[in-house]
Ligand binder design. Structure first.
Ligand SMILES: NC(=O)c1ccc[n+]([C@@H]2O[C@H](COP(=O)([O-])OP(=O)(O)OC[C@H]3O[C@@H](n4cnc5c(N)ncnc54)[C@H](O)[C@@H]3O)[C@@H](O)[C@H]2O)c1
Length: 341
């Protein structure tokens, strides 16, 4: 076998842990460096990596550009909270390093457009963390809906509110702060907006309304309690995507229902278990993949090794469109107007 791919990670929190569990067992990859200002996070990730690869000796850094120059990885994973994007991606672009970036890929439309244009201009391989695009049920639905355009979609993410504590250093320290996470539409329901785009094409207009004042007494809380976003699709269809973190008693979850004349696609749960109904045919049931990060990371690392990015289903420039769509929903919330996308 040729040399293992040298993988570096920027951000050593929860999603670094998830991608380590996926990449750690790959024989043709070696995680060689972590970059995070929080040394305790790096220590925790190194311990996890050594649990999978006892000989691993990754080096710790606190600055992305220094890490890229010093560790010279073949590929970089950018696993940062939404509000700190920019320097990591610029460092990857300057060094010509292919990069993976977790969703949402930022919070600022201008910066994201600029980075997307640079990625395209340089032809750099990128992959964004919209892992549901690799699911078998989503792939089957895309194939059927290509010939049978959807007229109606509804879906969303409904859960309870997290309970961050002062001094938290994980996702709890930023998720409930809208200026840092973008809110539930941008941070979480983004997965559903992305699957909507993947299955049904682009939206041309969004109109959103939100509920406030139901979640009380949560530290630093500035996000919407619940929202409903109506989308007009370019194909003439309509969609309604809902988000809520007020369902403390349960009964919520993740779902997406897509209706076309001959095809109904019903996705349920985080793993997007699919039930596909076709006129005159038996129902198809397709289970969700529990190890979807392994599937996603395998595709990206294979692309980096071969230089052929055709298997990547969500690139940085494409993920930028999902971010802009969710930011348009936030703009509608703020202005009370329908926003053209
Ligand atoms: N694909 C999915 O299903 C999924 C699930 C959860 C989270 N996410 C996304 O993954 C991203 C990361 O989330 P997380 O749960 O790992 O967050 P986290 O808060 O657990 O970890 C983020 C890490 O980034 C570090 N960090 C902050 N600023 C930095 C900087 N300038 N340079 C380097 N490191 C820095 C923090 O110290 C922390 O260790 C978020 O965008 C989140 O929305 C995706």
């Amino acid at each position: 076998m040729s040399q293992p791919l040298r993988v570096a990670m920027i951000g050593a929190g929860g999603m670094a842990s998830a991608h380590l569990k996926a990449i750690g067992p790959f024989e043709d990859a070696a995680v060689v460096a972590f970059c995070d200002p929080d040394a305790a996070k790096i220590e925790a990730r190194v311990a996890e990596l050594r649990g999978i690869r006892p000989d691993a000796a990754p080096v710790a850094y606190s600055d992305p550009a220094t890490m890229l120059a010093d560790a010279d990885p073949d590929v970089v994973y950018v696993l940062l909270p939404p509000f700190v994007h920019g320097p990591a991606e610029r460092a990857c672009l300057a060094a010509g390093k292919p990069f993976f970036v977790e969703k949402p890929i930022g919070l600022e439309a201008g910066l994201t457009r600029e980075l997307a244009a640079e990625v395209e201009q340089r032809g750099l391989l990128t992959c964004a963390g919209y892992m549901n695009r690799y699911r078998a049920g989503v792939s089957r639905a895309r194939e059927l809906l290509a010939a049978d355009p959807p007229a109606l979609v509804h879906g969303g993410w409904i859960g309870g509110a997290p309970n961050p504590q002062p001094g938290d250093t994980n996702i709890g320290s930023w998720w409930v702060i809208k200026e840092k996470s973008g809110g539930q539409i941008v941070e979480q329901c983004t997965h559903t907006f992305d699957v909507l785009r993947y299955l049904c094409g682009e939206a041309v207009e969004v109109y959103a309304r939100a509920a406030h004042g139901f979640n009380t007494g949560i530290y630093h809380y500035t996000i919407d309690d619940a929202s409903s976003v109506v989308l007009q699709l370019a194909n003439g269809g309509v969609a309604n995507l809902m988000s809520a973190c007020v369902a403390g008693a349960g009964g919520g979850g993740v779902w997406l229902n897509v209706y076309a004349r001959q095809t109904t696609c019903l996705f349920t749960g985080w793993d997007h278990a699919a039930k596909i109904l076709r006129k005159g045919e038996p129902a198809e049931e397709i289970q969700g993949e529990p190890d979807i990060f392994s599937v996603e990371d395998r595709v990206f690392l294979d692309a980096v090794r071969s230089g052929d990015g055709s298997g990547i289903r969500s690139t940085y420039p494409d993920a930028a469109k999902t971010l802009l769509l969710t930011l348009a929903a936030n703009e509608s919330l703020a202005s009370g107007r329908a926003i053209a996308v």
